[in-house]
Design a binder for this molecule. Structure first.
Ligand SMILES: [Zn+2]
Length: 99
């Protein structure tokens, strides 16, 4: 998917997002279910995390997006698909669900 990062001069990054990670309530392996996602961090093929030479907390946040931000950008589905730690919801077992 296209990198959503926009430079200060208004030019959009031409890189591709190659990796994403979901943040939110997670299990002990760091996996997050889609409905628990609070933020998604993206990594870009051209500029990696866009943090620049000075890596500060603020610059790290540049590549973190709330799910509704991604939806506005039309990138939500693609970003979720790239998440390396997305936990598939546990399949329901009809045979045992009533017990
Ligand atoms: Zn980029």
């Amino acid at each position: 998917m296209d990198c959503p990062f926009v430079y200060a001069n208004g030019r959009r990054c031409t890189g591709q997002i190659t990796r994403a990670r979901a943040y939110g309530r997670h299990d002990r392996w760091g996996r997050v279910e889609e409905h628990d996602i609070r933020k998604v961090r993206l990594w870009c093929s051209l500029r990696w995390d866009h943090a620049g030479a000075v890596s500060t907390f603020a610059s790290k946040e540049r590549m973190e997006f709330y799910p509704d931000e991604l939806q506005k950008l039309g990138l939500y589905e693609a970003a979720i698909a790239l998440c390396v730690n997305l936990l598939e919801p546990a399949p329901s077992h009809p045979a045992t669900a009533d017990h």
